[in-house]
Design a protein around this ligand. Structure first.
Ligand SMILES: [Zn+2]
Length: 309
């Protein structure tokens, strides 16, 4: 299989405060993890610069222009709890959107089998008109909408295995029966949403909370019972993974005990479904993951599985 890896050095230029878990080092260790011989067949592209029109597919014009106008000339400015803008944030966010666009373009055109976007800032907490939880623009939601509006895909499924609930993606697609949003996440935990009773207006939101201390066995059972059947039944034309790796046992922000093998397992399961019902189309987009060792091992396992099945 051909897997496309997309990133850009400008994604390092979104700066957060010293000690903040969502930091540029995350992308540096991801890059390093994929330098080994095992990944020599990985196809690599620099993310093109995205533009505002991508953000506007999801976010209101006022939201986008307010963020732009809030950019500081130096230092950082806090725009939501734990969520800041630095002078390089706009460039980083635009490269992130450009990466998502390229990934969808290449996967839908079948130039590659699947793609992984190593980008920051992450996106799944960003609601339609609210930055939140380190996120500015909802990258995965924008990728889904772009695939529908530009490539004419009908249904898109987003599987969000970040350890936090993707309140933003849920908010955006709450009343949209063309996008299935399925999330596994620790609960209770930030942001507090993601109860099973939150199912959206058309029953296309699927929340599968895990409890602190849960590990491989419970996660895999949740996939088998609650996650995978829903994605397969939905028969999406594209599967997007909101790929956060903070459910790794080493992660400091949560208490789920997954290993890199669990991320391989989940990746393989998604590929299997995609091969059966989605023409094989999978686009994976980095969300969280804050322990540098856990993150690099998990991304290695994830990308290796994308490449080799
Ligand atoms: Zn997270």
């Amino acid at each position: 299989m051909t897997t496309l890896y997309i990133s850009h050095p400008e994604c390092l230029d979104h700066q957060t405060l010293l000690g903040h878990p969502e930091r540029a080092d995350r992308l540096l260790v991801v890059e390093r993890a994929l330098e080994t011989e095992e990944f020599s067949n990985l196809q690599r592209e620099a993310a093109p610069r995205g533009d505002e029109s991508l953000a506007l597919r999801i976010h209101p014009e006022e939201y986008v222009s307010n963020l732009f106008q809030a950019l500081p000339h130096e230092g950082t400015v806090e725009i939501a709890n734990d969520t800041v803008l630095s002078p390089g944030s706009w460039k980083a966010a635009m490269r992130a959107l450009g990466a998502c666009r390229l990934a969808v373009d290449e996967v839908v055109a079948r130039k590659v089998d699947n793609a992984f976007c190593a980008i920051r800032p992450p996106g799944h907490h960003a609601e339609r008109d609210k930055p939140m939880g380190f996120c500015l623009f909802n990258n995965a939601a924008i990728a889904a909408r772009y695939a529908q509006q530009v490539h004419g895909l009908g249904r898109v499924a987003i599987f969000d295995w970040d350890v936090h609930h993707g309140n933003g993606t849920q908010d955006i697609f709450w009343a949209d029966d063309s996008v299935l949003y399925v999330s596994t996440h620790e609960m209770p935990l930030f942001p507090g949403t993601g109860a099973p009773r939150e199912t959206g207006e058309h029953d296309t939101i699927v929340n599968v909370p895990l409890q602190a201390g849960d590990g491989s066995a419970i996660f895999r059972e949740a996939l088998e019972v609650c996650v995978l059947p829903r994605i397969e039944t939905f028969a999406p034309d594209l599967i997007i993974i909101s790929a956060g790796f903070d459910a790794h046992w080493r992660d400091p922000l949560a208490n789920i005990n997954l290993t890199e093998a669990d991320f391989s397992h989940a990746t393989r399961a998604v590929l299997d479904i995609a091969n059966r019902v989605s023409g094989g189309r999978v686009v994976s987009i980095l969300e969280g993951g804050y322990d540098l060792v856990g993150l690099s091992r998990s991304v290695g396992a994830h990308v290796s599985t994308l490449m080799h099945g």
